[in-house]
Design a protein around this ligand. Structure first.
Ligand SMILES: NC(=O)c1ccc[n+]([C@@H]2O[C@H](COP(=O)([O-])OP(=O)(O)OC[C@H]3O[C@@H](n4cnc5c(N)ncnc54)[C@H](OP(=O)(O)O)[C@@H]3O)[C@@H](O)[C@H]2O)c1
Length: 352
């Protein structure tokens, strides 16, 4: 029998190809299959073609198939990445190309009782901040009105919190938002618009404040590993980070559909460690046999979240930091494909 659970024995020592990576990132946990089978109606993913969406769509489709369920899985975005739409269609995910800024196009989307909202704009905010505000706050208004009878899990970000002392263990859900810079402010705007419509219409919503999903093709670990490998300097001003395996994020997002409420539930989603960037670079350095180069130094504050509520509800992440480091290092060594989309986690002034 194929080994496909999240038990450590079922996770490979190393990941050697994109199909293998995609398979791990889209593995539904048994709890996820059960949650999907309890949900009435179809599942619509808005913003399906970004860095996380394709793996989430695959996972939902696998959960539907494993549960023997009769549910449509529908992915929506403008599909600006060539080939992705066809790949999703091939595995049975229906796709709709739609510019969500255009209300008439949104009106034409199919009904679905369950919506996972992954739309966002971060990079380019400095050059065109009005577009960032439109995407991050106006689309939520259009979507809230269009899907007011659905439950909506919204991908938000830990960037809505202020930088906190490293010794604090991170901001928890009771920490008042105080976003740094326009991108992060617009993300708080996204949350507030969903909250407004949740209170106005009784729309059942849940806000997932995510800090750094880890894939092997992008993410903070890849950013640090590549710099060490290429001998480039690593900026230590954002000296500490939180990370979580993207497969864990995907399972949490789907299971969260059952917890949507009015007013919205809020859950921080990240790993349990406060990870030192210096320590991380030295770990990669030891694997590559290279001495990391640093610039600037730690400030004592960083963008950090405390995800204990998430662990209490869903259990701890299944892929450990050690395993992620090993997988990422190997991916760099074998020249695995990357998205060429750095996270810019080192930015401390909020300008993206
Ligand atoms: N990845 C992380 O580590 C991370 C960390 C914290 C928070 N998050 C949050 O999680 C969400 C998903 O993350 P991600 O990394 O997958 O984001 P991403 O790569 O930026 O993807 C954003 C998605 O939004 C779609 N989109 C943007 N404008 C649109 C429009 N006008 N109409 C339709 N679709 C539109 C994009 O597709 P098209 O361009 O093809 O339309 C894409 O599918 C983001 O909103 C982000 O705030 C992610």
């Amino acid at each position: 029998m194929a080994c496909s659970s999240f038990k450590p024995a079922c996770l490979p020592d190393l990941v050697g190809s994109e199909p293998e990576l995609e398979e791990i990132l889209s593995r539904p946990m048994p709890e996820t299959v059960k949650a999907v089978s309890r949900l009435g109606g179809d599942i619509l993913i808005l913003g399906v073609s970004g860095k996380i969406g394709p793996t989430l769509a695959r996972l939902v489709k696998r959960a539907v198939d494993e549960g023997g369920l009769n549910k449509r899985v529908i992915g929506v975005s403008r599909f600006s990445t060539p080939g992705l739409r066809e790949e999703l269609e091939k595995i049975g995910v229906e796709t709709f190309s739609c510019d969500l800024l255009e209300e008439e196009e949104v009106e034409r989307l199919p009904e679905a009782s369950n919506v996972i909202y992954m739309v966002g704009r971060k990079f380019g905010t400095q050059e065109d901040s009005s577009l960032t505000w439109a995407v991050n706050t106006y689309i939520p208004a259009i979507v809230s009105r269009r899907f007011k009878k659905s439950r909506i899990v919204v991908f938000s970000t830990g960037n809505v919190y202020p930088l906190v002392p490293v010794s604090s263990g991170g901001a928890d859900e009771s920490t008042p938002p105080d976003p740094v810079g326009e991108y992060a402010q617009s993300c708080l705007g996204r949350e507030r618009i969903f909250e407004y419509f949740s209170r106005k219409y009784g729309l059942k919503t849940l806000l997932l404040r995510l800090n750094y999903a880890i894939d092997l093709r992008y993410g903070v670990l890849l950013d640090v590993a590549r710099k060490v490998f290429e001998g480039l300097p690593i900026d230590l001003r954002m000296g500490y980070v939180n990370v979580i395996w993207q497969g864990d994020v995907n399972n949490i997002a789907v299971r969260s559909l059952e917890l949507c409420s009015s007013p919205p539930e809020v859950i921080n989603v990240t790993g349990s460690e406060t990870v030192s960037v210096r320590w991380l670079a030295e770990k990669f350095g030891a694997i590559f046999g290279k001495k990391p180069v640093f610039k600037n130094s730690e400030t004592g504050n960083a963008l950090l979240s405390n995800a204990s509520k998430c662990f209490r509800i869903f259990g701890p992440p299944t892929v450990t930091l050690d395993r992620m480091i090993k997988w990422v290092a190997h991916w760099v060594l074998i020249g695995g494909r990357t998205f060429n989309k750095p996270t810019h986690f080192e930015v401390v002034n909020g300008r993206f």
